[in-house]
Write a protein that binds this ligand. Sequence first.
Ligand SMILES: [Cu+2]
Length: 138
Amino acid sequence: MEKAEKRWLYFLIVIFVIVNVVTLSSLIPWQTWQIWQNPTPSQVVEVTYENYVITMDAPVQIKANEYIQFDATSADVTYGFGVFRKDNSMVFQMQVLPGRTNTIIWKFDETGMYDVRSTEYSGPKHSDMVVRDALEVK
Ligand SMILES: [Cu+2]
């Protein structure tokens, strides 16, 4: 590697580190919480998947602006846990891997009803994997 190439490489590494440190720090106003802050959830919602059926206590009552933990488990194949607004736009999603508890913490800032869908193609019955009005955020 030539000297000019090395200098360019180090420059890019420094830029990479600076951009990551700044955007992950609380210097950015919209970073009100970060992944390593480990917030304590006020509620844990259990979601189970088996044989192309999503089971949960719908509609789950949720308070807006509180940390809610979703624990999703699958008894057979890989599914997706996706939360959708009534206009079908997605709020968030995670994969649901079998044999482990898949956890995500979310804070809803909009009240209303939300649907839950499988967001991972899991087989022929995948498109039926919808729980309408699964979450009610107040
Ligand atoms: Cu699916």
